[in-house]
Design a protein around this ligand. Structure first.
Ligand code: NAP
Length: 324
């Protein structure tokens, strides 16, 4: 019998779709399983619906000899060893597009929050420090409107951020990507530059590349030294793209103006030096796609992939279609 294992809580209506399709499933809604528990729980599984905290390594896959599909509830799939899955004939699916605008909204919220020092201002009010109006309050910020935004990775989310910046905030937008994007250049006036040029020319740098061996530690002390002294870096992609210890040092030394992070190198931990930073740092717990509408769409798309696969239809969003 087909066994679908859903490793963590997702939008409850999505498993319901499996029930309606007559597909039995096991829905775990407790804490994230340890690697050993994960191996034990998916031992009989044909399909695993998982999230980023589930590390689908070759070893985990080998513990599930019947496994045929891993449906990730995320667009990024760095929690899954794709070559190992492909080698074993296991299809992997993800959830692109449905979270693009929501994640771009968060990236822009972080740009504004770090520039206008919203967390510091909020803490100031709550501490009862607002006793008189001052032209230069302690938490004076910097402009966003009309400034230069450097986008690292002009894919789906990077383009959605570029649109907000160019059309909503009259920003000059520079970008890097593996290949130039002439359509987006025409639509939004964005400019393709080599990565080393983007660093010194941007007031804000927003990261939107996937985590890969090429992008791991893309930002180290070397890159922070080349950025403008008042520039802010925003990361809503994946934590290990920034070498966090170097970011802490760069912030402490005032090499850059600030940082806003939704993702962390050793997630869910963050570098203790970040926790000690009192200002010029905004941190959120990986909530890029965390709106009710988008989380519903992600869970539904993941389950639609499962249903398509188990009923012999083409999956909607395959990552390694070559195994089909
Ligand atoms: P995407 O459409 O695949 O875009 C990725 C872009 O990165 C592409 O334009 C690609 O260039 C470019 N790229 C890849 N490697 C590069 C490199 N070494 N240097 C420069 N550019 C490079 O992906 P997406 O849907 O926008 O998502 C991006 C990432 O955001 C995901 O992988 C995920 O990790 C992260 N994410 C985080 C959250 C959150 O909750 N914080 C939510 C959603 C997504 P080409 O187009 O030329 O190939």
């Amino acid at each position: 019998m087909t066994k679908v294992v859903i490793t963590q809580s997702i939008y409850d209506q999505a498993p319901q779709l499996l029930a309606e399709a007559g597909i039995p499933y096991f829905y775990h809604q407790g804490d994230t399983w340890s690697p050993a528990e994960l191996k034990e729980q998916i031992r009989e599984a044909t399909v695993v619906v998982c999230l980023l905290a589930d590390k689908m390594t070759a070893e985990v896959m080998d513990a599930a000899p019947h496994l045929k599909l891993i449906a990730n509830v995320a667009v990024g799939y760095d929690n899954i060893d794709i070559p190992a899955a492909t080698e074993r004939g296991i299809l992997v699916t993800n959830t692109p597009d449905v979270l693009t605008e929501t994640t771009a909204d968060l990236a822009f919220a972080l740009i504004l929050a770090v520039a206008r020092r919203i967390p510091e201002a909020d803490a100031y009010m709550r501490a009862g420090k607002y006793t008189r109006f001052a032209l230069f309050p302690d938490m004076i910020g910097t402009d966003v409107y009309g400034k230069t935004l450097g986008i690292v990775g002009l894919g789906r989310i990077g383009t959605a951020v570029a649109r907000r910046a160019a059309l909503g905030f009259n920003m000059k937008v520079l970008y890097t990507a593996d290949s130039p994007k002439p359509d987006v250049e025409r639509e939004l006036g964005v400019i393709h530059v080599p990565f080393p040029d983007l660093l010194p020319e941007s007031d804000f740098i927003s990261i939107h590349v996937p985590l890969s061996p090429r992008t791991r530690h893309l930002f180290t002390m070397n890159e922070f030294r080349q950025m403008r002294g008042n520039a802010c870096i925003i990361n809503t992609a994946r934590g290990p793209i920034i070498k966090e210890a170097d970011l802490v040092e760069a912030l402490q030394k005032g090499l850059i103006g600030g940082a806003a992070l939704d993702v962390f190198e050793e997630e869910p931990q963050m570098h203790p030096g970040l926790a000690d930073m009192k200002d010029r740092l905004v941190v959120t717990p990986h909530v890029g796609s965390a709106t009710i509408q988008t989380r519903q769409k992600m869970a539904t798309l993941a389950v639609q992939n499962v249903i398509a696969f188990l009923t012999g239809q083409p999956p909607l969003t395959p990552v390694n279609p070559q195994v089909l």
